[in-house]
Ligand binder design. Structure first.
Ligand code: SF4
Length: 472
């Protein structure tokens, strides 16, 4: 079994941690309530969803043109646009920017793409401190952990967990309230902002016709990250482009509604280049790194390209019964939940991450809630197929399925052994239901055996013309 797959099975025992589960369910339920309220503001919800999907589809079908337009406009605005084919390329660009600008201290706002390229670890190797400034990210960074959820990095922690953590690390009051913690972090970060040489952000959207980077957030830390230091670096996946600034107000609101239930997040910035000579605030230099890292390859697939429409709202994670059971860390990947299980094998390999789609129950909730109409559960089924095509089936699995097919295609064969033996045989593979679930009890006699023993013959309606009769 591949290491990552084994880790998934081992780590999924978190499902049996009642406290963890209660915290997760509590936090997700708060989002669920808010999102229902948020969606109710749209009187033509289905039309709005279709519009969102259509715009993203059009943006992707003209991806090359949109990106070239973005590059042209951004360059005219004074931004340096850099292309990175993979994470390593992106890190090389960042290193060069650090060297050219004498960067020693970095502040970061929340961005999953910097997790994708392992930026913090890379900064460590350069001896440069990269401080997270989003409260949730700051909490997980303080705990020495990774983001647990693509939108809410510290979703797995209760307010008591955070108070305890800050007491241990910073000596704050162990009974600190969320307001106390926020005030403490704000005070601490202000000093760091003032001394930072570079600010690194992601991009919620790249707006092609104005060459701008659009960011939406609730804490204002993103705005400070890009405006306080003299250098701003925005890292964006190439799929983040939308053609026109006219589409931006809709998407800011659409993302807010599906992410947190807000009509719109508190701070929304469209950054079109470094500060001009007439402006007193803003970075002196701005760079945008456009990261491919498997995206253009994914775009070529018949159905799977649709995953690139994702706007990272997190709704599919909150709706997924698997995510709600095993939690964010079990996946062992940067992107988690249904969208993570679809994307990660394309970004990091089917051999290591193809098993993620096997965990799906195919309930379809993720596809139902997705604001850009990505048929996630169907893509997960395609990933299962692709995994088998790319990595082959395990011999034991093939043998097991062949035996299953042979036995279950004949009622007589199925009834060769009694209930107790069926139970023993089913338990030969301990992963069928996992180690923590009781296997259902097989009846000692099957229904047809009981019928025949009580009535002495096959029921009349199961006649020779009835296909069921072949099983008798
Ligand atoms: S796949 Fe859809 S629901 Fe999931 S994060 Fe992306 S946009 Fe949101």
């Amino acid at each position: 079994m591949v290491v990552k797959e084994k880790k998934f099975l081992d780590d999924s025992v978190i499902s049996f941690d009642r406290k963890h589960r209660a915290t997760l369910h509590h936090n997700i339920s708060k989002y669920d309530e808010a999102v229902v309220r948020g969606k109710s503001r749209y009187t033509r919800f289905a039309d709005a969803r279709k519009y969102a999907s259509d715009v993203k589809e059009a943006a992707l079908s003209g991806l090359a043109d949109n990106l070239l337009l973005f590059e042209k406009k951004a360059t005219e605005n004074g931004t340096r646009v850099l292309w990175a084919s993979d994470g390593r390329d992106a890190l090389m660009h960042i290193r060069k920017i650090f060297e050219e600008n004498g960067v020693k201290q970095v502040v970061k706002s929340k961005s999953m793409i910097t997790e994708e390229i392992h930026l913090n670890e890379y900064c460590d190797t350069l001896g440069i401190e990269a401080v997270e400034t989003d409260l949730g990210e700051f909490i997980v960074q303080t705990a020495g952990e990774k983001p647990y959820h693509i939108l809410t990095p510290a979703m797995h922690k209760s307010k008591e967990d955070v108070a305890r953590l800050f007491h241990e690390k910073f000596g704050t009051n162990p009974q600190a309230t969320p307001a106390d913690i926020t005030a403490f972090v704000r005070d601490r970060l202000r000093k760091i902002f003032a001394g930072a040489d570079a600010g690194i952000t992601g991009a919620n959207f790249l707006v092609a016709d104005v060459g701008g980077v659009a960011l939406t957030e609730n804490e204002g830390n993103g705005l400070m990250t890009l405006s306080f230091p003299k250098v701003h670096i925005a890292i964006a996946g190439i799929e983040r482009v939308i053609p026109s600034v006219r589409q931006l107000p809709f998407f800011w609101q659409w993302l807010g509604v599906h992410g947190t239930g807000q009509a719109i997040s508190a701070y929304n910035s469209l950054v079109c280049g470094p500060k001009s000579p007439q402006e007193s605030d803003g970075p002196e230099k701005m760079y945008v790194i456009l990261l491919d890292n498997g995206r253009s390859k994914l775009l070529k697939y018949g159905e799977e390209w649709q995953a690139l429409k994702c706007i990272r709202c997190g709704a599919c994670l909150n709706a997924c019964p698997v995510y709600k059971s095993v939690g964010g860390y079990t996946y062992g990947s940067v992107y988690t939940g249904p969208i993570g299980s679809v994307l990660t094998p394309f970004y990091s390999g089917f051999k290591e991450f193809g098993h993620l789609s096997d965990a799906c129950t195919v309930c379809g909730r993720c596809s139902e809630v997705c604001p850009v109409k990505i048929p996630l559960h169907e893509l997960l089924l395609l990933n299962r197929k692709r995994k088998v095509e790319e990595t082959g089936e395990k011999t034991l699995w093939k043998l097991g399925m062949a035996t299953f097919g042979y036995v279950f295609s004949s009622r007589r064969r199925l009834d060769l052994v009694n209930g107790r033996w069926k139970r023993r045989l089913a338990k030969l593979n301990r992963h069928i239901l996992g180690e923590h679930k009781e296997f259902p009890r097989f009846a000692d006699q099957s229904f047809s055996q009981r019928w025949i023993s009580e009535h002495g013959k096959v029921p009349g309606h199961l006649s020779a013309t009835n296909p069921a009769s072949k099983y008798q």
